[in-house]
Write a protein that binds this ligand. Structure first.
Ligand SMILES: Cc1ncc(C[n+]2csc(CCOP(=O)(O)OP(=O)(O)O)c2C)c(N)n1
Ligand SMILES: CC(=O)[C@@H](O)[C@H](O)COP(=O)(O)O
Ligand SMILES: [Mg+2]
Length: 592
């Protein structure tokens, strides 16, 4: 039987006992280990396969965890986790109570910085490096590993700009595989693509212009070559930059060939990379596809329509519009702030701009939403995908704060469709003479209706709807959690007692509906898939306080804590938004 090296690596200390000749063998084993587990447990794949050699070389050459290694985004850190003491629990990756899919400080001393959102690594590592200087720890190394899509983000530039005038002992490693989730975009990508292994950009090297010592480009799959350059880099104080060229999906042919699909491929056959059928026949479409396809339908008739996404054309399904109308749909790269202000700029010129952003990533563009859009009352339409819990990506990616952080912004209209038909109607309505900025939030995953493609219906802004009558208690839901509420009411077998209202809008509230409702019901429950603090329930509480209603009210939503990763059923149970828990809350309140 072949001897396994990986099975004896419990920490980088074991790794450093290996001879350099053994390292390529370890790389092979590590790659297979990642493939075998991701094939059945799912997760991000291509990025980790691409940095297997880089990961080994980093932990071999540097004295981690004393030397501080920061992975940008962190979806490429599976090899790092496996080599730093988590090999035997790696099969729990992204599961409830298991390993996080991203580096996380509470998980390991080797995870120096919590990540998930991109482009933070340079600032974080620079902060650590400046802190080391202040503490007199001058020999400590600080390393940020950042991808070619992530380095094009504003935050990364801000970090480089600062580092270049510091004497911080910072090594920025650009892991350049020429792709993000989707192909990388922009002038920087074009510039980087010109640099080939062994041929550094000679003229106008923008990294050198920022006062970094530039090394590379080097082959990121050549461990020996990497070790040699690391030894050289260690001798240089101050900011330095290593440009490494790798192949995303390296070592699994199908993943190399279809890098977009194999970013996070779902289940596949480990030996061949063949994807397992996902069995979606007969199921409703994903919300993202209803958005993407509807936008194309609308754009065919309305030439003022523009689509913008910051680096998520596949995830948001804006790719359909990019294919149909390439001149009117833009992937601007990982640049949420720019995406929002770009939308605002186009809106000033009379275009109807749909800016498709995951809820969690809009957090990065908060000031742009306030200062560039809402303050000027520009009718930009934010299509907030992945609003609510997202499952296995966990705390960094749940889109649970948007209602609370957007609700306080003047001029903004906030809508949350209860199903795909309402999403379509909102998209349709929003391109007809919209006067204010509009946020439409909808969740990750599939909808609930097979008959999603219906005739468009113009909606009245700020209008809710009574979905089912009842006598004793009213539930007001906002957004797609309406489905769980509907099932919960049905499961109690007391449909005649419980009324169900769909608020439709967080802002403006349907005050006419609320007045009727609070005049009739003494017990009211609000339900939202969003943070309970400051969310939709809070808006309703403000309403009853203002109008002196005396009804009792219960607010269901995400509690005031970060929700970790797990599958959606598990997470709904934890936050008590699953059908059984909602039914229980209704029942207890009815009897109180
Ligand atoms: C602020 C932010 N926007 C968008 C994303 C979604 N996202 C995750 S990975 C990724 C692409 C990263 O590409 P790159 O930096 O080149 O790393 P690679 O996957 O190629 O290793 C994107 C857009 C994110 N994590 N954070
Ligand atoms: C690492 C990252 O941020 C993305 O890859 C994210 O995991 C995508 O999530 P979706 O699967 O919801 O598109
Ligand atoms: Mg990349």
């Amino acid at each position: 039987m072949e001897k396994s090296i990986l099975k004896n690596i419990d920490s980088p200390l074991d790794l450093r006992k290996l001879s350099t000749e053994e390292l390529p063998v370890l790389a092979k084993e590590l790659r297979k280990f990642i493939i075998d587990i991701v094939a059945t447990k799912e997760g991000h794949l291509g990025a980790s396969l691409g940095v297997v050699e880089l990961t080994i070389a980093l932990h071999y050459a540097f004295n981690t965890p004393e030397d501080l290694l920061v992975w940008d985004v962190g979806h490429q850190a599976y090899g790092h986790k496996i080599l730093t003491g988590r090999r035997d629990i790696f099969h729990t990756n992204r599961q409830l109570n298991g390993l996080s899919g991203f580096p996380k400080r509470s998980e390991s001393e080797y995870d120096t910085f919590g990540v998930g959102h991109s482009s933070t690594s340079i600032s974080a590592a620079l902060g650590m490096a400046i802190a080391s200087n202040l503490k007199g720890e001058f020999s400590k190394q600080h390393i940020a590993v950042i991808g070619d899509a992530s380095i094009a983000s504003g935050m990364a530039f801000e970090g480089l700009n600062h580092a270049g005038v510091s004497n911080a002992n910072l090594l920025v490693i650009l892991n350049d595989n020429a792709i993000g989730i989707d192909p990388s975009v922009g002038a920087l990508k074009q510039y980087l693509t010109k640099a080939k292994v062994g041929h550094k950009p000679q003229q106008d090297n923008i990294i050198e212009a920022l006062n970094f010592n530039y090394f590379g480009p080097v082959d990121g799959h050549d461990i020996q070559g990497l070790l040699e350059v690391f030894e050289e880099l260690k001798k240089i104080q101050g900011p330095k930059f290593l440009h490494v060229i790798t192949t995303k999906g390296k070592g699994l042919q199908k993943a190399e060939e279809n890098q977009v699909k194999y970013h996070a491929p779902g289940k596949f056959i480990a030996d061949t990379g063949e994807l397992l059928p996902s069995n979606s026949e007969g199921l409703p479409l994903k919300y993202q596809d209803v958005f993407g396809l509807t936008l194309v339908e609308l754009a065919e008739k309305n030439e003022k329509i523009i689509g913008i996404t910051p680096a998520m054309p596949t995830g948001s399904s804006l790719k359909y519009m990019m294919e149909a109308f390439p001149e009117r749909a833009f992937d601007v790269g990982i640049a949420e702030q720019h995406a929002v202000t770009l939308s605002a700029g186009m809106a000033t010129q009379g275009f109807i701009v749909y800016c498709a952003i995951y809820s969690t990533f809009l957090q990065r563009a908060y000031d742009q939403v306030i200062h560039d859009v809402a303050l000027q009352d520009l009718p930009v339409i934010f299509c907030l995908d992945r609003a609510g819990l997202v499952g296995e990506d966990g705390a960094t990616h749940h889109g649970v704060f948007d209602i609370a952080f957007l609700r306080c912004i003047p001029n903004l209209i906030i809508a949350a469709p209860r199903d795909e038909v309402e999403l379509r109607n909102l998209l349709y309505t929003s391109q007809i003479n919209l006067k204010h900025p509009l946020v439409i939030r909808y969740p990750r995953g599939r909808g609930v209706r097979l008959d999603w493609k219906q005739e468009f219906r113009k909606l009245e802004i700020g209008k809710g709807e009574l979905l089912s009558e009842g006598t004793d208690l009213a539930v007001i839901s906002i957004g797609s959690i309406a489905e769980n509420v509907k099932l919960a009411i049905a499961s109690l077998g007391m449909e005649e007692k419980v009324a169900h209202y769909d608020a439709g809008f967080v802002k403006p509230l349907d005050e006419v509906m609320l007045h009727k409702l609070f005049s009739k019901f003494k017990k009211v429950i609000t339900v939202e898939e969003g943070a309970i603090s400051g969310g939709f329930g809070s808006a309703v509480l403000e309403f009853i306080a203002k109008h002196n209603y005396t009804s009792q009210i219960r607010c269901l939503g995400i509690p005031d804590e970060f929700v970790e990763q797990g599958n959606m059923m598990e997470l709904y149970e934890i936050v008590k938004l699953d059908v059984t828990s909602i039914a229980h809350s209704i029942n207890v309140f009815l009897k109180a």
